[in-house]
Write a protein that binds this ligand. Structure first.
Ligand SMILES: N[C@@H](CCC(=O)N[C@@H](CS)C(=O)NCC(=O)O)C(=O)O
Length: 211
C-alpha cells in the first residue's frame, strides 16, 4: 500500500493526501515533521536527504518533493483525468505547479510562520507586509487566469488546481484581525477555492483554524 510520511497541517502533505483521495488510492499516513520529529532520523534521511515532508513509498519506490509526488500519483493512476493526457494541457498544469512552488510558497510560508504560528501579541505586521503583498500579487495572477473558468486547465480538476488550492485555503483563512493587513478582493479565486473545498476528496482535509 502507498505510504505517505508527513504531518497533516503541512500544506505540502495536504496536496499529496488530496491527490491520493481524489484518485481513490488506498494509503497509510505516518506522522512526521514538526512536533512529530522523525525527519532527522537516519531512516528518514535515507529516504529524503533534505529531511522534509512529504515523502512517499509506493511499491518500493521512494519519492520526495510534494509536486513531484502529485505528478507521479496522477500520472500513474489518473492519466487522462487528474493528469491531462494532452501534452500542452500537461505543460500548462506543470506551469501552475511550478508557479505555486516558485512564487507562492515562499511568501505563504513567511506568513504562516509570522501569523498563524505566532501569538497575536508577537506578530509584526510591518515585517510581514512585503510577503503579504507578494502573495496577494501572485494570487491576483491566478485570479485573472480563472476569469470565466471553472478550473485552471481544461474542463475538470487537474494537478494544476490542487497545490494552488491548498495555498488558497491558507490565504483565505489566515487570521488577519489586528494586523492591519487586508486581503485584496479576489472573487474568482474565492469561488474556485469554495468549489474545490466542497469536493468529497477534500472533506476532513485543510481544517480551520489553521495550525
Ligand atoms: N519543496 C518541498 C518543501 C517541503 C517542506 O518544506 N516541508 C515542510 C512542511 S510544509 C517541512 O518538512 N518542514 C519541516 C518539518 O515539518 O519538520 C515540497 O514541496 O515537498
Amino acid at each position: 500500500m502507498l505510504k505517505v510520511w508527513g504531518r497533516i497541517n503541512s500544506v505540502n502533505v495536504e496536496k499529496v493526501i488530496w491527490t491520493a483521495q481524489e484518485l481513490g488510492i488506498p494509503f497509510e499516513r505516518i506522522e512526521a515533521g514538526g512536533a512529530f520529529g522523525v525527519v532527522d532520523t537516519p531512516d528518514f534521511r535515507a529516504m529524503n536527504p533534505v529531511g522534509r515532508v512529504p515523502v512517499i513509498e509506493d511499491d518500493g519506490f521512494v519519492l520526495w518533493e510534494s509536486n513531484a509526488i502529485v505528478r507521479y500519483l496522477a500520472t500513474r493512476h489518473g492519466l487522462g483525468t487528474l493528469m491531462p493526457s494532452d501534452l500542452q494541457a500537461q505543460a500548462e498544469a506543470g506551469r501552475w505547479m511550478d508557479f505555486q512552488l516558485g512564487t507562492v510558497a515562499a511568501p505563504l510560508s513567511a506568513l504562516t510562520w509570522g501569523i498563524v504560528r505566532t501569538a497575536p501579541d508577537k506578530r509584526d505586521p510591518k515585517a510581514l507586509a512585503p510577503a503579504f503583498a507578494s502573495l496577494g500579487a501572485a494570487l491576483a495572477i491566478v485570479e485573472a487566469a480563472l476569469a470565466g473558468r471553472t478550473y485552471l486547465v481544461g474542463e475538470s480538476l487537474t494537478v494544476a488546481d490542487i497545490p494552488l488550492a491548498c495555498c488558497a485555503h491558507r490565504w483565505f483563512n489566515m487570521p488577519l484581525e489586528g494586523t492591519g493587513l487586508e486581503r485584496p478582493d479576489l472573487p474568482n479565486l474565492a469561488a474556485w477555492y469554495g468549489r474545490l473545498k466542497a469536493r468529497p476528496a477534500v472533506q476532513g482535509l485543510m481544517p480551520t483554524p489553521l495550525t
